[in-house]
Design a protein around this ligand. Structure first.
Ligand code: NAI
Length: 352
């Protein structure tokens, strides 16, 4: 049985992670859950938003399903992690987890789903975002009272690792074209390194069509003809922004899943945040978290359970009677989850 660390998180996190857990369990996946807490509420209760118990659990499971955690704006919320050599400070719990667990790539699919209203048809994007470097490397400081500074770090090693991951992943799932995204006309050294390294790695994968786009031009093209793009490879900051844009192309944050993957550990989470405006109201769309759990199931080889969940979700979307408000319905989180589970019962569970 595969153990999974479950981090409910803040805001809508506990509701949508409960949905994902219920659906995965009902699909017959051979998994068990170790629930640990992190986030702003945890910080208030335990004095730290990221307790050691989270790392202790993931050290055993090597796998986590994480709800969103709230990060207050401003400079008064450093996340301090004390493991191994000395304390390290991070701007958020999510960034701390990605860095400490060496989750070097963030995979974010954005595609059309049946009956989910969007401006475009035939969008099927697979986004690979470098997850550990760039302006998110955490080197930000006040130079003096009126000047703030952040350092952009791009390494050849980090760029090569994420490029190889992207091509290997594309090979496994049968994709065909990769666009490398950069701003090397201005950021000549950093983005230049990212682009050049990806192009060098591409020589080892001659079966793929590879092109490149400057990030601002890409944004313009994506909102005009997103169906012409297949896979995107981006440095951290552009990847963060473009993946939210891509979510907007296919129906919004409620339908966008994600996976953070490292060499021996993985953490799955929706693209959306903790949505404090709707937290605890039973109206959040659980789909992005359920699709993140589907990615987790595929990662651990539970392909049949993953297929069953996707089919059940698709049936609920097509039927439209039990979908949440953001999808044009009036169902609550729990009602939509229950409908997905009812649709699972059509075929026999994988492991029961
Ligand atoms: P957000 O994604 O939480 O919310 C943006 C808008 O989308 C809100 O109107 C919200 O109600 C809606 N929304 C988001 N998820 C939804 C869902 N599943 N169903 C229906 N509507 C949904 O982004 P925001 O407001 O910028 O961030 C809120 C908090 O979340 C912040 O503290 C931020 O730092 C944190 N955050 C955490 C992330 C993580 O833990 N991975 C990722 C992004 C933000």
């Amino acid at each position: 049985m595969q153990q999974i660390t479950l981090i409910p998180g803040d805001g809508i996190g506990p509701e949508v992670t409960q949905s994902a857990r219920d659906v995965v369990t009902a699909a017959g996946a051979n998994v068990s859950w170790d629930t640990v807490s992190a986030g702003m509420q945890t910080g208030k209760q335990q004095g730290t938003p990221l307790p050691a118990s989270v790392f202790e659990s993931i050290a055993v499971t090597r796998l986590a399903l994480k709800g969103p955690v709230q990060t207050p704006f401003g400079d008064d919320y450093p996340v301090c992690v004390e493991r191994g050599t000395g304390p390290r400070i991070y701007p958020s719990v999510t960034i701390a987890l990605r860095k400490e667990l060496k989750l070097f790539v963030n995979v974010r699919p954005a595609r059309n789903y049946p009956s989910v209203k969007s401006r475009f048809d035939n969008v099927d994007l697979l986004i690979f975002r470098e997850n550990s470097e760039d302006l998110y490397a955490g080197r930000e400081r006040m130079v003096d009272a009126d000047t703030a500074e952040a350092i952009k770090i791009i390494t050849r090693e980090g760029s090569e690792r994420v490029a190889r991951f992207a091509f290997d992943y594309m090979r496994r799932v049968g994709r065909r074209k990769l666009s490398v995204i950069h701003k090397s006309n201005v950021m000549k050294l950093t983005d230049g390194m990212f682009l050049r390294t990806a192009q060098e790695v591409a020589r080892d994968y001659p079966e793929f069509e590879v092109n490149q786009r400057v990030v601002d031009a890409l944004c313009m093209e994506l909102v005009i003809r997103p169906e012409e793009f297949d896979c995107l490879l981006l440095p951290n900051l552009y990847g963060d922004i473009v993946s939210d844009l891509a979510a907007g192309l296919v129906g919004g944050l409620g339908v966008a899943p994600g996976a953070n993957i490292g060499s021996d550990c993985a953490m799955f989470e929706a693209v959306h945040g903790s949505a404090p405006d709707i937290g605890g109201k039973d109206i959040a769309n659980p789909m992005a978290m359920i699709l993140s759990a589907v990615m987790l199931l595929r990662y651990i080889g539970e392909a049949q359970a993953a297929d069953r969940v996707e089919q059940a979700l698709t049936a609920v979307l097509r039927d439209r009677k039990h979908v949440t408000r953001d999808l044009g319905g009036s169902a609550g989180t729990r009602e939509m989850t229950a409908a997905i589970i009812r649709n699972l019962s059509g075929s026999s569970p994988t492991n029961s």
